[in-house]
Structures are given as C-alpha cells and as structure tokens.
Design a protein around this ligand. Structure first.
Ligand code: ZN
Length: 345
C-alpha cells in the first residue's frame, strides 16, 4: 500500500530558526510563512512534504574556527543570551503573524489538535543552554514562554555538561560527566517537565542523566554506532537504556552520521536511513524509533532537495516493510507518545 501522501511527519530536530536568524531579523517570520528559496524548511514547503511539525531548535552557533584543543569554542553568556532571545522571538512572531497556521505547542494534545487541523505544530527547543546561568532563572522564564525541550549541550562544553566533539571513528566516550550545575539543570527540567535531549551529550553525561532523570531518555537526532562509528551516534548500550526508559531516538538525515565511513556522501541512497531505522527497531522495538531530520542544520542526501521530498523517505520506509501502525509510530506517533509521557499532558 502506498501511503506517503497522507502520512504526516512530526520531526525531532530542525534548525530553521538558525537559518532565519542568519538571514536577519527583519521579515524573518514572513520568510518562513511565505516561503523562500533557501534552506530546507519553510511553511509552504513543509505543507508540500507532509511535515506536520517538530522541535524547532534555538542554537547559538560557535565561531567557525576551532580552539587550540580542536574544540568548538563555547559562546559567552551575554552573546548566547542575545541569540537565544532573538531565536525565541522569531518563533514567537511566526506564531503571531501566522493567523493560526503555526502553533507553539505546549502539550501533546496541542500537537495532536494542530496536526488534525493542518496547523504546523512547532515545539520550542534549546540546543545548548549557554544562555542559562547556574541560577537557572532563564529556564523558568523560557518555560513560561513555551520552552518544552532542552539539550543541555551542543558539541562543546559549557557550565552544565560536556558536549561530544565530532570525531570519526570514535565512541561518544569523550570528556567528563555532568557538573553540579548540570545536575541542578536536569532536576529543574524534571520539575518543569521539560524534555531533556541527549543528542550531542557525551557518554559520561548520558549515563549521569540516565541515573538522575525521572523522564524517558530521548536522543532527538542521533543514529547508531553499530553502522557508523561517529561520536554523535549511539552505542548499543545507550539504545538499550533508551528502550528501558520508554524513550526514543530520532534518525538524523546528515550523511556523515549515516554512511559507514563517517564522510559526507550527497549521493547516498535513502535506504541507508532505513538501515539505521532497522537496526534501532531490532535493538529497541518499534515504539522507540522516530525521525530527527536536522533540516537546515546538516548535509542531507541529494535525493532529498529539502522538506518537499520527505515523501521519498516515507516511500523508502514502506519499501523497507514498514506500514500501518508501525509507519505511523516512526513518522509521528512515537514522538507524541514520548512527549505526552514527559510533559504529563
Ligand atoms: Zn544538533
């Protein structure tokens, strides 16, 4: 059965706010709502491709030059604060300017209602909490503004934890675990029921959070070490822990996280993505596997121009034997289930 045309996709990670912010604050919300040539996602193209919504990351980019130790430099708090508020502002204005076409969802019921009525279901997410101080005041303010998920780190260290550097071949076991401030952050996220995202976390931090957190373990946009030994990918033990916590992992469309040699291969077949999904399904079961495109944040296969070609991935899943409820779980139901469990509503 061919179902791609009517299969909605809810996705665990995109960087459209970063792209809009780089293009200048002036008219940023209109560029998303009216569409533009650049990048992977805007509202008209999302509708064409069946992208019903997803986690929209607030990410403060590093300088393009690595430091003397080969690590990406961590932005200063004041700079991170400016950029974080600017991107939160862009998303908030998109919702206001959209005349109901985009919603910042605060509950799983919000997401379901938005998808059912053709409203783009965005979730405000932070990837790298450099803007938040050890006092955590901003975490509470952003939660009130709609923040519902947070990755403590991008692939660089900050006061909370140690983001895993991009290495190949490498396990994610690089660097120390959570700091005391990081443990406080996780406890506060649990209290506020903000989802903690483990993509970009190094392995020691992952296990610290696995011990500390009372919520399902989630890696929103990470693939498997068993196929591609990239430091950003998950070990079998990590996949087992995600399964045991009733969490999920979302497949990242970046070719360097998918291909066995850890290199960018634009000509990669979409079936390579299905291989990672098969591996995860075999290891964790169908309830713990989802999508985490990294649209506007990574180099995707040339077979997908942008979000408009999402139905090609759904076709590849169907060709790989996924259909009916299994296909729905991978494309959106697992995300909604895990967010409902995490958020309590
Ligand atoms: Zn990322």
């Amino acid at each position: 059965m061919h179902r791609s045309a009517q299969t909605p996709v809810f996705d665990g990670h995109n960087d459209v706010l970063l792209r809009l912010w780089k293009g200048g604050l002036d008219g940023a919300s209109r560029r998303f709502l009216d569409g533009e040539e650049a990048g992977h996602i805007d509202l008209p193209r999302a509708r064409q491709g069946g992208l019903a919504g997803g986690l929209c990351a607030i990410y403060v980019p590093s300088e393009r030059v690595k430091d003397a130790n080969g690590n990406w430099p961590t932005p200063a708090r004041t700079e991170a604060l400016d950029v974080t508020l600017a991107m939160a502002g862009i998303l908030t204005r998109i919702e206001r300017d959209s005349a109901g076409a985009v919603r910042i969802c605060r509950s799983a019921a919000d997401i379901e209602a938005a998808i059912a009525s053709g409203v783009f279901a965005s979730v405000m997410h932070i990837e790298g909490a450099e803007a938040i101080g050890a006092d955590l005041d901003l975490l509470y303010v952003l939660h009130a503004a709609g923040l519902r998920t947070l990755g403590p780190v991008w692939s660089r260290p900050n006061i909370f934890a140690f983001g895993v550097p991009f290495e190949f071949p490498s396990t994610p076991d690089i660097g120390p675990g959570l700091s005391a401030a990081g443990a406080d952050l996780i406890r506060a996220c649990n209290e506020l029921r903000i989802m903690v995202d483990l993509s970009h976390m190094n392995e020691k931090g992952f296990w610290d959070i696995a011990r500390l957190s009372n919520a399902p373990l989630v890696a929103s946009h990470s693939n498997v070490q068993g196929i591609c030994k990239h430091s950003r990918n998950l070990t079998d033990r990590q996949l087992d822990a995600i399964r045991d916590s009733h969490g999920l992992a979302g497949i990242n469309y970046g070719t360097s996280f998918l291909c066995e040699d850890g290199q960018k291969h634009p000509d990669m077949a979409l079936s390579q993505m299905v291989r990672h999904i098969d591996y995860m399904v075999e290891r964790m079961g169908i309830d713990h596997v989802a999508l985490g495109s990294d649209f506007d944040g990574t180099s995707i296969p040339a077979a997908m121009r942008d979000v408009r070609d999402l139905p090609k991935l759904v076709d590849a899943l169907v060709a790989g034997g996924y259909d009916g409820d299994d296909l729905d779980k991978i494309t959106h139901k697992n995300w909604i289930r895990v967010l409902r469990e995490t958020w309590g509503a």
